[in-house]
Design a protein around this ligand. Sequence first.
Ligand code: CS2
Length: 499
Amino acid sequence: LIEQNMTERLKSETLQSAKARLPGFDRRALRPGIIHIGLGAFFRAHGIAYNDDAIETDPAVQNGWGIIGVSLRSPSQRDRLAPQDGLYTAIERSASGDRPRVMGSLLHSIVAPENPMGLVETLADPAIRIVTITVTEKGYCHDPATGRLDPAHPDIVLDLQNPESPVSLPGFLIAALALREARGIAPFAVVSCDNLPSNGKLLHGLIRDFAALRDDRLAGWIERNVAFPTTMVDRIVPASSHDDLLLAQNLTGLSDLAPVIHEPFRQWVIEDTLRAADRPAWDRAGAQFVSDVEPFELMKLRMLNGTHSALAYLGFLSGYETIAQTVADPAFRDFLAGLWHEEIIPTVPAPAGTDLAAYAVRLLERYANPAISHRTAQIAMDGSQKLPQRILGTIRNRLKNGAAWDRLALTVAAFIRYTAGTDEKGHPIDVKDPLADRLKADGQANPAAHLRRVTSIESIFGADLGRDERFLEAVEAAYRVLLSGGAHAAVKAINRAAK
Ligand code: CS2
């Protein structure tokens, strides 16, 4: 009850007392035009910020772009957001202070498993013209190494048996598109905002594979009519903690069970297949519409997410809890500079108008933001889904060119060391990964046997790397260094060797 009373205080009527920037439009005039799938902190701090800005540029014209949120699994976000009318505080944090803002374009939220057919109906509503998606890498039910649909994925198996009442992301999209096609309703555009290579193209391929398993005519209609723009999204948004609820309350004077904390920086690059008339004025909020997003995506996945994962595994094993703590260590700064300049940047074609060295400088500033507590353990999650596009593609480039990749090898070894499940003090690590069982070290096996077992997982390492002796030897050597002297010594040894 107390909780209920508190959350009541973020309802529209009581907002005026907030010490925060409020939505610059009348929420009562807002109508839904977008369904967003995946209610985690990221989209609420990124996409919704662009959307609120876009609506504010011209509320009378833009008010058809309210958002209905969807959780594919857990009711927890909806349960927090519903009593506060979908309103929540986004807090921009930097060394110079905190800037709270109440976000207004999320209308209400739906929990898919509570009524899957109801959600399919909502997705088929002609008013819905865009579906945006942040379900993280593992929500796509694909094989990360090949980018193709995994027909053996348990959710895909279920959805093929029971297409009208889906559970998976591809299942919901197909069911809703099928209904729209049958009713003669134009499709929605599908806008993936996850950190996957060519995310639009990838999702398009999954939907094509899935539709072909169901019905060729539907597959043809989707092929001819549905836009899947590729996007690059960027903003550092750590998972919210209990302390963040207190921070929000202290800053605004309002209770909020669903605040999000984010850095000042944001970037959204979207393929211009989405016509201006068919979307909110996200460009007026700073989103870039370009014909080729891939160079932006490659730069971001390799330079940001790749080094994030490297710092997460090596930093965690070295005893650091956050990215900011890790990069405050001069040994890690050296290592990171080498990783960027010697190993990653040579594999990245610069997107038009971008200087990669300056991009790296900016990234280091963002990582070092002392006000953002981005936990190494959070970034370490789901490594089996992340490594292929963040690290392994870069390694393939290096191998092809016969160039050095010591720091990338150490990163792969640190992933294997971390997911084996014990830290350097012998304490268990809570490994969160869909393949956790297969990554866990078996107490009986020797290190070389464990390494061979893990590198033979083709959904991570592909059919090539696990059989490439150059790859196996380098990763094994790095793994032995990690086991004998620990992660911090391994990082320092690489720095020394490079001098
Ligand atoms: C991070 C990303 O959690 C992770 O794996 O690397 O969430 C990263 O913070 C964002 O992609 C930044 O845009």
